[in-house]
Design a protein around this ligand. Structure first.
Ligand SMILES: [Zn+2]
Length: 413
């Protein structure tokens, strides 16, 4: 530390919290290692690392691991590793016709998972919040009984979010406008409930994809998810890009088809009208075809369409080709602006992945300005429809890495 004069106690406390987070983050990202290696990796003095590890251990966040012999002589030193059991993060996704929940422990392992079919669109917001609060409370009780404390919960909602105030401003697919989700849940969960955050579902999908991609040393990615709407999330240099007011990533409404179909947003020719699920259905089947009947379960309709594609049905394949070209157009534009290492396709694009991916990749490579698409690869998500809830759980855990002691102590109450 540079500068003269005695350090104030508050500065020392703040530095200590930062360093606790630094050590915990290192063990999470780089895996178990002896204290001396932690000191080398973080640049902290060995004695400081010893104290920090002791403090993390006391709170149940790390534990002693295997003994590791350094060279052929000398005492083997024990490694330190993340202890997954003590804390977990929860993610809850609200969608048109279901609520889903995932809890991840500090190592990123799933410790609870629940998918509840629920008519969100047909229910009032208060009823949805009641149901969500019940599910969260039940999961927290079950986990606490096993010795795992919830560090926080992130709600994933399909729409425009004000993260600061915790309000869903506008979510046309579920019919919500100005719903105070965070306050509503806090009131229902009471004083002892976990901290509650709110974020857009596609942004959280990007967070979940990043947890996978980071292991492959990918730190810049764009996640594009296709459902009724088309949403996206951008990870830039390892961080979720939110923009000045949190609206970054509204990629579904880029006007890419002048004079095209009318969009739910009231404008026309949005990317979503070209590559969203409705576009696929419109191109693949006549209006009276059962795959376009909204009263038939979507899973069944997609399975039928998949069967037709596999059997070589002309209309279905032509429609998929159009979707692939549309995807390449939008993804290519985004790649020109942001130069990501990966564009990850999620949602229904995965369901038709093998019919889409080769054509998307070829068109994408042709369109992107930079040679070799700027080093960017188009890939399919492996997380499926659980991506948003999973990303929510990761975001809830992020608080632990920022302030391990503060969050661990708060979770005890
Ligand atoms: Zn639009």
């Amino acid at each position: 530390m540079g500068g003269g004069g005695p350090q104030r106690a508050s500065d020392r406390a703040s530095l200590r919290r930062t360093n606790l987070g630094l050590v915990l983050r290192l063990l999470h990202d780089a895996g178990p290692r002896p204290r001396i290696q932690i000191a080398a990796d973080t640049g902290l003095p060995k004695a400081t690392v010893t104290h920090l590890v002791a403090e993390l251990m006391e709170r149940g966040l790390v534990r002693e691991g295997e003994a590791e012999r350094q060279g052929s002589i000398g005492r083997p030193s024990r490694t330190v590793e993340i202890d997954g059991r003590s804390l977990c993060g929860l993610g809850v996704e609200i969608n048109v016709d279901y609520l889903s929940l995932i809890a991840l422990d500090l190592r990123g392992e799933v410790v609870a998972e629940q998918h509840t079919p629920f008519d969100v669109r047909g229910s009032c917001a208060g009823t949805v919040l009641d149901r969500m609060a019940g599910t969260i409370r039940h999961t927290c009780d079950t986990l606490r009984a096993r010795g795992t404390r919830p560090a926080g919960v992130t709600v994933a909602a399909p729409g425009v979010i004000e993260t600061g105030s915790g309000v869903v401003s506008y979510a046309p697919n579920i019919g919500w406008r100005d719903v105070a989700v965070v306050t509503g849940l806090r009131d229902r969960l009471g004083a002892g409930g976990p901290a509650v955050l709110l974020e857009n579902d596609a942004k959280l999908g990007a967070v979940a994809e990043y947890a996978v991609a980071a292991a492959a040393d990918i730190h810049d990615l764009i996640y594009v998810t296709g459902e009724t709407g088309v949403g996206g999330g951008i990870i830039s240099d390892g961080r979720l890009l939110r923009g000045a007011a949190g609206f970054a990533g509204e990629i579904g409404h880029m006007p890419l088809d002048p004079g095209g179909e009318t969009c739910v947003c009231g404008r026309s020719g949005c990317w979503e009208t070209m590559v969203g699920l409705s576009a696929l259905l419109r191109g693949a089947a006549a209006p009276d075809d059962p795959v376009r009947d909204p009263t038939v379960d979507l899973v069944q309709r997609l399975a039928e369409l998949r069967r037709r594609a596999d059997e070589g049905d002309h209309a279905t394949l032509v429609s998929l080709e159009r979707i692939a070209d549309g995807l390449a157009l939008g993804a290519g534009l985004l790649a020109d602006v942001l130069n990501p290492r990966a564009v990850v396709l999620g949602g229904y694009f995965v369901h038709f992945g093998d019919h889409l991916i080769d054509r998307v990749r070829a068109e994408f490579a042709r369109r992107v300005m930079a040679p070799d698409a700027g080093g960017c690869e188009v890939m399919l998500s492996t997380l499926g429809f659980s991506a948003a809830a999973r990303g929510g759980a990761h975001l809830a855990l992020d608080r632990v890495f920022q302030d391990p002691a503060g969050v661990a102590d708060a979770a005890l109450t």
